[in-house]
Design a protein around this ligand. Structure first.
Ligand code: F6R
Length: 231
């Protein structure tokens, strides 16, 4: 089965069991086949109208109308294709003046809507959400300076590297680890090394995805290339 469809079918099980499930969602190129498959399942009868969605992160400074904002990504790839009430959709707002207040507001939303099922991608540097490699990991929603690797990697979506926002709001590792079930997707040769470290390496804050080893229900959905280092 195609990997995106497999991840979508895991989501389907959760939503069939609980139509009001809270889904933690990711953006990025890895997530595209997943949303395509989820939209397909929606067209075949999966009712997504009562789910609550909470996105992991958003760039600071990009308005929701900006084509590279994660608001726009989610509308393009999922929300405009399914019946979901706008009030059930949560994405951090990276345009507010008081970012600390926005982080607190987001933590309150997560507290009120505990995540049942968290979809993750992984950065080439091991980040999950935008929890970047560092001496420490922040548990709560916070403002992060994106690492040079992330800025470089995400520049493929922008005209020039100078257009890539330098900061983002991201859910912290606590909200991710408190999700009942986690599915991390990674595709392609460029993720092989990082997947090996995340799955088999020691748990380190400079390899944020390794913290998932502490969670009891994580599924890695990989293609052959990203999984090649696990043999
Ligand atoms: C995006 C996010 C990031 C991406 C990661 C992989 O919401 O949280 O952690 O999942 O940067 O991005 P792609 O899939 O573009 O390689």
């Amino acid at each position: 089965m195609e990997a995106g469809l497999y991840a979508a079918s895991l989501t389907e099980r959760v939503v069939e069991e609980n139509p009001r499930a809270v889904l933690g969602l990711a953006t990025g190129s890895t997530a595209v086949p997943f949303y395509r498959a989820l939209v397909g399942l929606g067209q075949c009868g999966l009712d997504l109208s009562s789910v609550v969605t909470i996105n992991l992160d958003e760039y600071i400074g990009l308005p929701p109308s900006h084509v590279q904002s994660y608001h726009c990504f989610m509308n393009d790839h999922l929300f405009s294709h399914i019946h979901i009430s706008p009030e059930n959709i949560y994405i951090p707002n990276g345009t507010v003046e008081d970012l600390e207040r926005e982080c607190n507001r987001y933590d309150e939303i997560i507290r009120e809507n505990p995540i049942d099922f968290q979809i993750l991608g992984i950065g080439v540097n091991g980040h999950i959400g935008f929890n970047e490699p560092d001496d420490l990991l922040v548990s709560r929603t916070h403002v992060v300076d994106l690492s040079p690797e992330t800025i470089c990697s995400n520049s493929r979506f922008f005209n020039t590297i100078d257009e890539v926002p330098r900061r983002a709001i991201t859910m912290g590792v606590q909200a991710i680890l408190q999700a009942k079930k986690i599915v991390l997707m990674a595709f392609g040769k460029e993720k092989e090394d990082i997947i090996g470290k995340a799955v088999h390496g020691v748990v380190r804050t400079d390899m944020p995805a390794s913290i998932l080893q502490l969670h009891r229900d994580v599924t890695f959905v990989l293609d052959r290339e990203s999984a090649a280092g696990l043999n």
